[in-house]
Design a protein around this ligand. Structure first.
Ligand SMILES: Cc1cc2nc3c(=O)[nH]c(=O)nc-3n(C[C@H](O)[C@H](O)[C@H](O)COP(=O)(O)O)c2cc1C
Length: 175
Protein backbone atom coordinates (compact mmCIF):
# COMPACT_ATOMS: atom_id res chain seq x y z
CA UNK A 1 0.00 0.00 0.00
CA UNK A 2 1.35 3.45 -0.95
CA UNK A 3 2.28 5.69 1.97
CA UNK A 4 1.40 9.39 2.14
CA UNK A 5 2.87 11.91 4.57
CA UNK A 6 1.17 15.27 4.98
CA UNK A 7 3.59 17.79 6.48
CA UNK A 8 2.12 21.11 7.54
CA UNK A 9 2.78 24.41 9.25
CA UNK A 10 1.70 26.49 11.03
CA UNK A 11 -0.30 24.54 13.61
CA UNK A 12 -3.58 25.46 15.28
CA UNK A 13 -5.47 26.96 12.32
CA UNK A 14 -7.01 26.03 9.01
CA UNK A 15 -3.74 24.60 7.67
CA UNK A 16 -3.83 21.93 10.37
CA UNK A 17 -7.57 21.31 9.85
CA UNK A 18 -7.03 20.74 6.13
CA UNK A 19 -4.06 18.43 6.82
CA UNK A 20 -6.28 16.33 9.10
CA UNK A 21 -9.09 16.27 6.59
CA UNK A 22 -6.71 15.16 3.80
CA UNK A 23 -5.37 12.45 6.09
CA UNK A 24 -8.90 11.08 6.71
CA UNK A 25 -9.77 11.12 3.02
CA UNK A 26 -6.52 9.55 1.82
CA UNK A 27 -6.75 6.89 4.54
CA UNK A 28 -9.61 5.23 2.67
CA UNK A 29 -7.15 3.95 0.06
CA UNK A 30 -3.65 4.62 1.36
CA UNK A 31 -1.58 4.55 4.50
CA UNK A 32 -1.75 8.28 5.32
CA UNK A 33 -0.27 10.27 8.18
CA UNK A 34 -0.23 14.00 8.98
CA UNK A 35 2.46 15.71 11.04
CA UNK A 36 3.45 19.31 11.79
CA UNK A 37 6.80 20.09 10.14
CA UNK A 38 8.87 20.08 13.33
CA UNK A 39 7.87 16.48 14.08
CA UNK A 40 9.27 15.13 10.82
CA UNK A 41 12.72 13.53 10.95
CA UNK A 42 14.68 12.19 7.99
CA UNK A 43 14.02 8.59 9.06
CA UNK A 44 10.24 9.16 9.21
CA UNK A 45 10.40 10.94 5.87
CA UNK A 46 12.20 8.07 4.17
CA UNK A 47 9.20 5.70 4.50
CA UNK A 48 6.77 7.64 2.29
CA UNK A 49 5.95 7.53 -1.44
CA UNK A 50 4.02 10.82 -1.63
CA UNK A 51 4.82 13.87 0.48
CA UNK A 52 2.22 16.63 0.72
CA UNK A 53 3.36 20.00 2.06
CA UNK A 54 0.70 22.32 3.50
CA UNK A 55 1.42 25.97 4.30
CA UNK A 56 -0.39 29.27 4.82
CA UNK A 57 0.60 32.53 3.12
CA UNK A 58 1.27 35.05 5.83
CA UNK A 59 2.13 38.21 3.99
CA UNK A 60 5.87 38.46 3.42
CA UNK A 61 7.72 38.74 0.13
CA UNK A 62 9.62 35.59 0.86
CA UNK A 63 8.13 32.51 2.44
CA UNK A 64 8.29 32.42 6.29
CA UNK A 65 10.55 35.49 6.39
CA UNK A 66 8.64 37.32 9.10
CA UNK A 67 7.17 34.74 11.41
CA UNK A 68 9.84 32.06 11.69
CA UNK A 69 7.29 29.45 12.64
CA UNK A 70 9.05 26.27 13.89
CA UNK A 71 6.98 23.93 11.74
CA UNK A 72 7.49 26.02 8.62
CA UNK A 73 11.21 26.32 9.41
CA UNK A 74 11.49 22.54 9.45
CA UNK A 75 9.59 22.26 6.15
CA UNK A 76 12.27 24.52 4.67
CA UNK A 77 14.98 22.25 6.13
CA UNK A 78 13.23 19.17 4.70
CA UNK A 79 13.07 20.70 1.23
CA UNK A 80 16.70 21.81 1.34
CA UNK A 81 18.32 18.80 2.95
CA UNK A 82 16.21 15.63 2.78
CA UNK A 83 16.46 13.00 0.03
CA UNK A 84 13.46 13.10 -2.32
CA UNK A 85 14.65 10.27 -4.59
CA UNK A 86 11.66 8.20 -5.78
CA UNK A 87 9.12 10.44 -4.05
CA UNK A 88 6.33 12.47 -5.50
CA UNK A 89 5.30 15.77 -3.96
CA UNK A 90 2.07 17.78 -3.85
CA UNK A 91 1.30 21.11 -2.20
CA UNK A 92 -1.69 22.78 -0.60
CA UNK A 93 -1.90 26.37 0.57
CA UNK A 94 -4.21 28.47 2.71
CA UNK A 95 -4.87 32.09 1.85
CA UNK A 96 -7.49 34.83 1.75
CA UNK A 97 -8.60 35.98 -1.69
CA UNK A 98 -10.67 38.93 -0.46
CA UNK A 99 -8.07 40.59 1.77
CA UNK A 100 -5.08 39.66 -0.42
CA UNK A 101 -6.46 39.39 -3.98
CA UNK A 102 -3.09 40.20 -5.57
CA UNK A 103 -1.12 37.77 -3.45
CA UNK A 104 -3.52 34.88 -3.14
CA UNK A 105 -1.70 31.81 -1.78
CA UNK A 106 1.63 33.28 -2.94
CA UNK A 107 3.74 31.08 -0.68
CA UNK A 108 2.53 27.94 -2.42
CA UNK A 109 4.14 29.31 -5.59
CA UNK A 110 7.36 30.28 -3.79
CA UNK A 111 7.59 26.75 -2.40
CA UNK A 112 6.91 25.16 -5.77
CA UNK A 113 9.70 27.16 -7.37
CA UNK A 114 12.16 25.95 -4.74
CA UNK A 115 11.04 22.33 -5.27
CA UNK A 116 11.29 22.65 -9.07
CA UNK A 117 14.80 24.05 -8.63
CA UNK A 118 15.71 20.76 -6.96
CA UNK A 119 14.16 18.70 -9.78
CA UNK A 120 11.50 17.33 -7.45
CA UNK A 121 8.45 16.10 -9.35
CA UNK A 122 5.21 17.76 -8.34
CA UNK A 123 1.67 16.48 -8.90
CA UNK A 124 -1.75 17.90 -8.04
CA UNK A 125 -1.98 21.13 -10.04
CA UNK A 126 -5.54 22.49 -10.01
CA UNK A 127 -7.87 24.63 -12.08
CA UNK A 128 -8.50 28.25 -11.03
CA UNK A 129 -12.15 27.89 -12.03
CA UNK A 130 -14.45 29.10 -9.25
CA UNK A 131 -11.82 31.29 -7.54
CA UNK A 132 -12.02 35.08 -7.37
CA UNK A 133 -8.60 36.74 -7.11
CA UNK A 134 -6.38 39.08 -9.13
CA UNK A 135 -2.94 37.52 -9.00
CA UNK A 136 -0.92 34.81 -7.32
CA UNK A 137 2.66 33.58 -7.36
CA UNK A 138 1.11 30.09 -7.33
CA UNK A 139 -0.18 30.50 -10.90
CA UNK A 140 1.38 28.32 -13.62
CA UNK A 141 -0.23 29.31 -16.93
CA UNK A 142 -3.91 28.91 -16.06
CA UNK A 143 -3.50 26.54 -13.11
CA UNK A 144 -2.51 26.70 -9.45
CA UNK A 145 0.59 24.65 -8.64
CA UNK A 146 -1.33 22.88 -5.87
CA UNK A 147 -4.58 22.99 -3.94
CA UNK A 148 -5.41 26.63 -3.10
CA UNK A 149 -7.89 27.11 -0.27
CA UNK A 150 -9.51 30.18 1.26
CA UNK A 151 -11.13 29.04 4.45
CA UNK A 152 -11.42 32.63 5.70
CA UNK A 153 -13.98 33.71 3.10
CA UNK A 154 -14.94 30.59 1.08
CA UNK A 155 -15.10 27.87 3.69
CA UNK A 156 -18.19 26.40 2.04
CA UNK A 157 -16.05 25.46 -0.99
CA UNK A 158 -13.22 23.84 0.95
CA UNK A 159 -14.62 20.36 1.38
CA UNK A 160 -15.49 19.83 -2.29
CA UNK A 161 -12.11 21.25 -3.36
CA UNK A 162 -10.35 18.81 -1.02
CA UNK A 163 -12.40 15.86 -2.28
CA UNK A 164 -11.72 16.70 -5.94
CA UNK A 165 -7.99 17.02 -5.23
CA UNK A 166 -7.85 13.74 -3.30
CA UNK A 167 -9.62 12.02 -6.22
CA UNK A 168 -7.20 13.49 -8.78
CA UNK A 169 -4.12 12.50 -6.75
CA UNK A 170 -5.55 9.04 -6.09
CA UNK A 171 -5.92 8.52 -9.85
CA UNK A 172 -2.26 9.48 -10.38
CA UNK A 173 -1.04 7.20 -7.56
CA UNK A 174 -3.08 4.25 -8.77
CA UNK A 175 -1.77 4.41 -12.35
C1 LIG B 1 -0.51 38.70 8.77
C2 LIG B 1 -1.24 37.91 7.71
C3 LIG B 1 -0.87 38.06 6.40
C4 LIG B 1 -1.54 37.35 5.39
N1 LIG B 1 -1.15 37.49 4.07
C5 LIG B 1 -1.77 36.77 3.11
C6 LIG B 1 -1.37 36.89 1.74
O1 LIG B 1 -0.43 37.62 1.38
N2 LIG B 1 -2.03 36.13 0.81
C7 LIG B 1 -3.06 35.28 1.15
O2 LIG B 1 -3.63 34.64 0.27
N3 LIG B 1 -3.46 35.17 2.46
C8 LIG B 1 -2.84 35.87 3.43
N4 LIG B 1 -3.25 35.74 4.75
C9 LIG B 1 -4.39 34.85 5.07
C10 LIG B 1 -3.93 33.52 5.65
O3 LIG B 1 -3.15 32.78 4.74
C11 LIG B 1 -5.13 32.68 6.06
O4 LIG B 1 -5.86 33.35 7.05
C12 LIG B 1 -4.77 31.28 6.54
O5 LIG B 1 -5.94 30.55 6.79
C13 LIG B 1 -3.88 31.32 7.80
O6 LIG B 1 -3.47 30.01 8.14
P1 LIG B 1 -3.99 29.28 9.46
O7 LIG B 1 -5.49 29.35 9.45
O8 LIG B 1 -3.45 27.89 9.40
O9 LIG B 1 -3.39 30.05 10.61
C14 LIG B 1 -2.60 36.46 5.74
C15 LIG B 1 -2.97 36.33 7.09
C16 LIG B 1 -2.30 37.03 8.06
C17 LIG B 1 -2.73 36.85 9.50
Amino acid sequence: MKKILIIYGPRGGFTEQVADSLKSQFSRKFDAKSLPGSMVTSSTFREFDLVIFGIATLGQDSWNAGRQDIDVNQIQVIINKFDFTGKRVAIFGLGNSILYPEHFCDDMGIMEEILQGKNISIIGYTSTYGYDFKDSKALRKNQFCGLALDNDTEHEKTESRITAWVDAITTVLEK
